[in-house]
Design a protein around this ligand. Structure first.
Ligand code: FAD
Length: 317
């Protein structure tokens, strides 16, 4: 079922979770171990992230270095199929521009359609670790909107091969990312919003936001979106803080602020167990307020913290 159908059929606020594929070398059971305790909350769907390969230099026996491409977390398409089969729950695979050309993306979309996935979240991805700015692949998509248009084309039967213009029409429901505190490369909030509006005009059906720790920023983002004529569902992305290092890692990695009150409380903590408690309390109160304000879905980035997320959702439901 499509994300938009889940939302329009809902009586109240829904729950969804986001997971990462396991590191290469681990089994699908690590996904089940992660998700098993969270399934009691009947999530409407599970998002599965997508990861580009990274360039690494491996030392050879003669002392020289060999350049190799390593994808540390493969398996997004297979994990979606496995989750749907194992739990009978919908999945939302992420698709990214970075590291993929349009034909590879098309093949992934065909696989997703064949295994019965109805949704995709289309993203640009970040620059590769050895690049300072994002560089698309040759014949790849440069921005999320270009990838989005590739999916809407496939939804109308237009494939990359020039002789397939009336092929099988997929029917993917397409989501995009939004940034309450602005995407870090955008010159200002207004410009970022205008690119978000362009994604919506091109066919995006819902938005999932970057994490935020101050609900005021989310509410103001939603208001700005509505004033700009963006009328599709906006789903808040939520993440718990569970250790002191995150006070600097989260702003550096995700370009979001930690509110003063939260950072002061975390700095007072004696150990990470105390930080986890503070992080849970903060996220519970954020979630309760968002629910009260009638957000369509609470979307949790579970990222290796299923027990913490379990405690949060238990308190919110
Ligand atoms: C909910 C969510 C899930 C994510 N999942 C993943 C994942 O699974 N894998 C992964 O690698 N990354 C993931 N990311 C990270 C994401 O890929 C990065 O934040 C990336 O830097 C931007 O992606 P985007 O889709 O927002 O890009 P875009 O919408 O393409 O925007 C990128 C930047 O370009 C600007 N821009 C947009 N269109 C244009 C244009 N036409 N001309 C000029 N500038 C333009 C925007 O303002 C922005 O600054 C996720 C992010 C979020 C919020």
């Amino acid at each position: 079922m499509k994300v938009t159908e889940h939302i329009s059929n809902a009586q109240g606020t829904l729950i969804s979770f986001e997971i990462l594929p396991p590191l290469k070398g681990r089994s699908i059971n690590s996904i089940y171990d992660h998700l098993d305790p969270l399934m009691e909350f009947s999530p409407s769907w599970i998002n599965v992230t997508y990861h580009r390969s990274e360039t690494a230099f491996k030392k050879k026996v003669d002392g020289s270095f060999e350049k190799v491409e390593v994808r540390k977390r493969p398996g997004t398409v297979g994990i979606c199929a496995a989750i749907m089969n194992h739990y009978k729950v919908d999945t939302v695979p992420h698709l990214i521009c970075g590291g993929f050309n349009k034909r590879e993306t098309e093949d992934a979309l065909i696989d997703l359609n064949f295994v019965g996935v109805d949704n995709v979240l289309v993203l640009r991805g970040d620059a590769a670790k050895n690049e300072t700015v994002f560089e698309p692949e040759p014949n790849g998509n440069a921005y999320a909107i270009d990838l989005l248009k590739q999916v809407t084309n496939l939804n109308t039967g237009i494939y990359q091969e020039e002789d397939i213009r009336e092929g099988f029409r997929t029917n993917f429901c397409i989501g995009v990312a939004g940034y309450p505190e602005k995407h870090f490369e955008a010159p200002n909030l207004e410009t970022d919003l205008s690119f978000l509006k362009a994604k919506v005009d091109a066919g995006a059906e819902y938005i999932i936001t970057q994490m935020f720790f101050d609900n005021k920023k989310f509410f103001s983002f939603v208001q700005n979106c509505r004033e700009a004529g963006i009328n599709i569902p906006i789903i808040p992305g939520l993440k718990p803080i569970s250790n002191k290092k995150q006070l600097s890692v989260i702003p550096r990695t995700f370009h979001v602020d930690i509110p003063t009150q939260l950072s002061l409380e975390i700095m007072k903590c004696k150990n990470d167990a105390d930080v986890e408690k503070v992080g849970i309390e903060w996220l519970v109160s954020q979630s309760q307020e968002l629910k009260k304000e009638g957000v369509p879905v609470l979307h949790y980035y579970t990222l290796g913290k299923p027990k913490v997320i379990h405690n949060v959702v238990k308190a919110v439901m």
